[in-house]
Design a protein around this ligand. Structure first.
Ligand code: ATP
Length: 374
């Protein structure tokens, strides 16, 4: 992992400090549906303001196109993304007009599964104490990252329904865990821990594996054995374990204790919504979907949020921080630093949307950050 272009994933990479900006990179932009379109418009403005050496190409994949011509992903779409782009910036998918959500599944899960973006990197950082619902918590107390397995688990749609609609109906949803899949996300977590610092510059030291192996013994057993075996190769890193229910409680009792968390697809999905609560809500959370050495995809943690779509109220900072994460991944360190500093200034000066206490609209908050970056 360390020798590829993909050795930085959101928080400061120790190796990357002091590097110069990279050569021109090509970015595919897929705003998608609902607030995805609104926040990505602002995120793009911020990329342009940062004058990063990138070429942006927008794609109209999403509900509108699906309703117009039935296309979810054009023929060869994923191969084209992998071949022609260095990174993909995505908004969100989901539209009440598409009841089956088929386009969202095919585009978003398609990208994660078919492009094999196995590490979902979700940094959890508190920018300002005022954004955290917990008492007495300062920004330095919330600085951890969740590494969610992104290609297996219960999200592969394995299972089925029998005797649907009858009193005898049976539904199964299978939890797929392969040795390869479990091992690579755990290894990724240890590598991440070795290569990244906390925001205050101190080294990361602990990988915590989160599961429910006391109840889900088959899958949990594989995670437990693999974690033990992989951790032996990283003697300087402390390996810890917590059951997912206990972890949820600890996250709101004392988020200071967390550093790098590795977990499966579903637990990662759930605990990062909880973690987003520590950061000021879903509107503040960024993520990357990474396969080291391949074209990776970056998206805010939030979804398309139909109830607030089209009202200019969605918080664009999660998408803007996602852009910073993507640029850092592409070795545009200076530009990423500038963007993160501008978002921090916006939060401190309350130039924000209402969800985090400001009075600005999506567009105005995005423009404020863009002009600060400029
Ligand atoms: P998905 O399953 O696609 O991730 P979700 O069901 O988790 O989506 P979201 O679309 O992420 O739901 O949003 C849930 C609610 O959180 C929204 O209705 C909205 O109130 C709030 N929310 C999400 N994102 C934002 C944002 N960027 N700004 C403000 N509020 C947001």
């Amino acid at each position: 992992m360390s020798s590829t272009k993909n050795d930085k994933k959101g928080t400061q990479s120790r190796k990357s400090q002091g590097r110069k900006s990279a050569e021109k990179k090509r970015i595919a932009v897929i705003p998608g549906d609902g607030i995805g379109k609104e926040v990505i418009a602002q995120a793009v403005k911020v990329i342009q303001a940062a004058s990063a050496n990138v070429e942006l190409t927008e794609f109209d994949w999403g509900a509108d196109r699906y309703l117009r011509d039935g296309t979810t992903v054009p023929a060869d779409g994923f191969a084209m993304l992998a071949r022609d782009f260095d990174a993909i910036l995505v908004g969100a998918f989901g539209d009440p007009r598409v009841k089956t959500n088929i386009h969202a599944k095919e585009i978003l899960l398609g990208m994660r599964f078919k492009m094999d973006l196995y590490a979902n990197v979700r940094p959890v950082r508190l920018l300002d104490a005022a954004l955290c619902p917990l008492k007495g918590i300062e920004p330095k107390d919330v600085d951890f990252v969740v590494l969610r397995e992104n290609t297996e688990g219960v999200y592969t749609d394995a299972g089925g329904v029998f005797k649907q609609g009858t009193p005898d109906e049976i539904a199964t949803q299978e939890d797929i865990n392969t040795r390869k899949g479990v091992e690579r996300i755990i290894r990724y977590a240890f590598q991440y821990c070795e290569e990244h610092s906390k925001l205050d510059g101190s080294p990361r030291k602990t990988v915590l594996m989160c599961d429910k192996s006391n109840a889900m013994t088959h899958a949990g057993g594989l995670w437990q054995r693999t974690f033990k075996e992989v951790s032996v190769g990283y003697p300087r890193i402390t390996a810890q374990h917590m059951y997912v229910d206990a972890l949820c409680m600890q996250m709101v009792r004392d988020p200071r204790q967390f550093d790098v968390i590795a977990t499966n697809n579903m637990f990662g999905d759930i605990i990062t919504d909880l973690a987003a609560g520590l950061q000021g809500g879903l509107g503040m959370a960024a993520s990357g979907n990474i396969h080291p050495g391949r074209t990776s995809m970056f998206e805010p943690v939030h979804g398309s949020a139909p109830p607030i779509a089209g009202k200019n109220v969605a918080n664009p900072f999660g998408a803007i921080l996602t852009v910073a994460m993507m640029l850092r991944h592409l070795e545009f360190e200076k530009e990423a630093d500038k963007i993160e500093a501008a978002v921090l200034a916006a939060v401190r000066e309350k130039k924000t949307t209402q969800d985090i206490g400001g009075t600005l609209g999506t567009k105005e908050a995005g423009e404020w950050v863009a002009s600060r970056v400029r």
